[in-house]
Design a protein around this ligand. Sequence first.
Ligand code: CMX
Length: 135
Amino acid sequence: METSHIEHIAIAVKNLKESILFYENILGLKCYSIEEVKDQKVRTAFFKVGQTKIELLEATEADSPVGKFIEKKGEGLHHIAFAVKGIEDALKEVESKGVRLIDKNPRKGAEGLDIAFLHPKSSFGVLTEFCEGKI
Ligand code: CMX
């Protein structure tokens, strides 16, 4: 498979507005987009750092992947997303190598990207995402 770069690093936060202030006022980044992804029950805020983005994730419902994660582990690193070429083939390839997939087929994520998750139990405790689309 061909993995070009880290597309984004996602961080689960309790309060999007408060955490945006840290990235803007302390790290000097600029939030360029806030978007709700209904399917994932999250509100996201994006910052560009070179070719990679930071994605802040706030749960819109307690009973959601990010809501459950924060309840269990608290705020912090939630997942790492790799930009891949040919996401469907990449999923088939890693599955054939014994990796457990959360998504067997890509779905639409934030910024219109095609996304799919690998299970964290198959990737040393780090939830891993593949994505493909515009940079
Ligand atoms: N990173 C590492 N481990 C994680 C995790 C994460 N982000 N989220 C859950 N886990 C672990 C839990 O700690 C738990 O481990 P233990 O069994 O050792 O306690 C295990 O996975 C199961 O977790 P759970 O709380 O019982 O939750 P579920 O099994 O119902 O769901 C998961 C876990 C990963 C399958 C689910 O969160 C998922 O489908 N995630 C992918 C989608 C997603 O995260 N969407 C939000 C962001 C979307 C976006 O960026 O737009």
